[in-house]
Design a protein around this ligand. Structure first.
Ligand code: OXD
Ligand code: MN
Length: 594
């Protein structure tokens, strides 16, 4: 008798009518075969799905050029279909589940004619972890299939875990005809199901990532008492060899990957990488918060990645260990057939093909690589991979960091007074926008816990869930806010960032270990400057003061904006969050109506 998985695959095949069905085993041999198919038999917008790059300096490198209209997540075309609209909240686009099924069924009907249907069983998390989830994605594109091998644990262990059970997360994906009017990323949280049509872009098409591990998983976490978060996970080893585990939430393209692989500027401190994008946080048997990274690879922004900004990522990309590494929408150096992007070390190559396949003419002022061009590489290639990466129980988190790109107001670092205040710091987080999603650049967008595009249910309820998790923790992590991006009067960043961020992390660890005291201010607990290790850093005292300055009148507009934002969720915004808001306003000497 057919298993639920076989039956589901059969139903999807009946709907989409592929010419072939191929069950992926996730092996290297298979990836090689799929890449060949992608080079010879499949095209996107007239370009072969894969192009071989020069292996000399970039081992196992393959190039993928997406459709120019399909280069980022499309939040306006992303829907979460709970039966009731209020469950989705103002933070999500909502469609009635029945209407969504009808609409999507029409799009998927016959969409794989003449194509191969790839069936990919995969695990999010280590197969032995009690926190891991078994999943299956179907796609009709070899780039997506090969990317999923890199980003997840694909193959037999997932199949074994599913066995004859109904209990697996389902994802149906087709690139369709890549027409933006026929592009929809649709989530059905009640069925642990995602339907994605019309895009091959990572965040829209690799359904284990944002669609499942954040949107659907956040709904599972709400029901089951855990948190699915847009966070990096790292272990920081101090000079005594003690490792402190930290999870940090920053919006897309705000430096999570750089921090997760940071090469410390302070001697004796070492960063061990566990993840750069997603953390699942569960309450462990001892009442502490434990983190696993459900993913197995990095889908990182290429421009700006260099030996200077992220040497360990360059080493990761140059590691031969795990096959293959993909470069999507970067430029290509024509003389060497190697990938290239703005910000990469060395001179600008003489002759470059841009991300759209045209000869690049720098005098026109255009970029050769797309601002959101990406590399996809296995975490197993990472030289700083933590030995705890495969620990099924995860790692105990001692500090949670929230942050965003703020040119003003928000200090370099501060500690929350307690969990409730920390959750408030998360809710008020905002960032000046970047290129990872298709929207206007440089505008302040409130992005609570960096989850605005990823929380699969009403954010007011999400804040309440965070408060509830805190109540259940016997030994909750301390919560911190950081801001690497404060600028001076000439709009220059005041903090050097990158490897120097360890100076801030050291203070955080010293606080966790109870080694230093902090100063109470209206915003939170700030460092005594003598406790911030700035040795060897040429930064004037006046600038350091500015990085921490609090100017109450400047906060008037900010408070109004926070209030406006939180009010959207009506009575679902917990009273405890409003309490923190009022307390902040009062400490800043401002009167507010809420
Ligand atoms: C990502 C994103 O790709 O956040 O990680 O957009
Ligand atoms: Mn992300």
């Amino acid at each position: 008798m057919a298993t639920p998985l076989e039956r589901w695959v059969e139903e999807q095949a009946k709907l989409t009518q592929p010419s072939k069905i191929y069950w992926c085993d996730g092996t290297e041999a298979e990836a090689k075969k799929l890449i060949k198919i992608g080079m010879k038999e499949e095209t996107i917008n007239g370009h072969p799905v894969f192009q071989k790059l020069n292996d000399k300096h970039w081992p196992n490198a393959y190039y993928h050029r997406s459709h120019p209209n399909d280069v980022a997540r499309t939040e306006q075309l992303t829907f979460v279909c709970h039966p009731a609209k209020e469950t989705a909240g103002p933070n999500n686009n909502w469609m009635d589940p029945k209407e969504a099924k009808t609409k999507m069924t029409a799009l998927f009907d016959g969409c794989m004619k003449g194509r191969t249907m790839y069936v990919m069983p995969y695990m999010m998390g280590h197969p032995k972890s009690p926190y891991a989830k078994a999943c299956v994605q179907i796609t009709d594109n070899s780039y997506v299939a090969v990317s999923m091998r890199i980003m997840t644990r694909m193959g037999k262990e997932a199949l074994d875990r599913i066995g004859s059970s109904e209990n697996f997360v389902r994802g149906l994906h087709s690139v369709g005809d890549l027409h933006p009017e026929r592009r929809f990323i649709i989530h059905f949280p009640q069925e642990n199901l995602v339907w994605s049509f019309g895009s091959g872009y990572g965040g829209n098409a690799l359904l284990g990532k944002k669609c499942f591990a954040l949107r659907i998983a956040s709904c599972m976490g709400q029901k089951e008492g855990w948190l699915a978060e847009h966070m990096l996970i790292m272990g920081v080893e101090d000079p005594k060899g003690q490792v402190t585990y930290i999870a940090a939430a920053f919006p897309s393209a705000c430096g999570k990957t750089n921090l997760a692989l940071m090469q410390s500027a302070l001697p004796g401190y070492k960063v061990w990488t566990l993840g750069d994008d997603i953390a699942w946080l569960n309450i462990g048997p001892d009442g502490r918060l434990y983190a696993i990274n459900p993913e197995a690879g990095f889908f990182g922004v290429a421009p700006g990645t260099s030996l200077k900004t992220n040497p360990k990522m360059i080493e990761t990309l140059k590691n031969k260990k795990f096959f293959p590494t993909l470069y999507t929408n970067t430029a290509i150096d024509n003389d060497t057939n190697e990938p290239w992007w703005e910000g990469l070390d060395g001179a600008v190559p003489k002759s470059v093909t841009d991300w759209q396949g045209n000869a690049w003419d720098p005098s026109k002022g255009t970029k050769a690589a797309h601002a959101n061009s990406r590399f996809t590489v296995s975490i197993l290639n990472c030289p700083t991979l933590s030995k705890e990466f495969d620990n099924p129980q995860g790692v105990p988190i001692s500090a949670i960091i929230v942050g965003g790109r703020r040119s003003k107001l928000i200090p370099l670092v501060m500690e929350a007074f307690n969990w409730q205040h920390g959750v408030f710091l998360g809710t008020r987080t905002g960032s000046e926008t970047t290129a990872a999603a298709a929207h206007q650049l440089g505008v302040l967008r409130r992005d609570p816990m960096a989850m605005l595009p990823f929380c699969g249910y009403n954010m007011g309820d999400y804040f309440a869930h965070w408060l509830n998790v805190g109540k259940k923790l016997k030994n909750p992590p301390k919560i911190f806010s950081v801001n690497w991006f404060r600028t001076d009067e000439t709009s220059k960043f005041m903090w050097p960032g990158f490897g120097d961020n360890i100076r801030v992390i050291k203070w955080i660890i010293d606080r966790v270990q109870g080694k230093v005291v902090a100063k109470e201010t209206a915003l939170g607990l700030l460092p005594d400057l003598k406790d911030l290790d700035l040795s060897g850093l040429n930064i004037p005292r006046e600038t350091v003061d500015k990085l921490f300055s609090i100017d109450p009148p400047e906060w008037t507009g900010e408070l109004q904006d926070i209030e406006k934002y939180l009010s959207q969720f009506g009575s679902r915004t917990p009273e405890a969050i409003w309490e923190e808001y009022r307390s902040l306003a009062e400490k800043l000497g401002q009167s507010v109506s809420k």
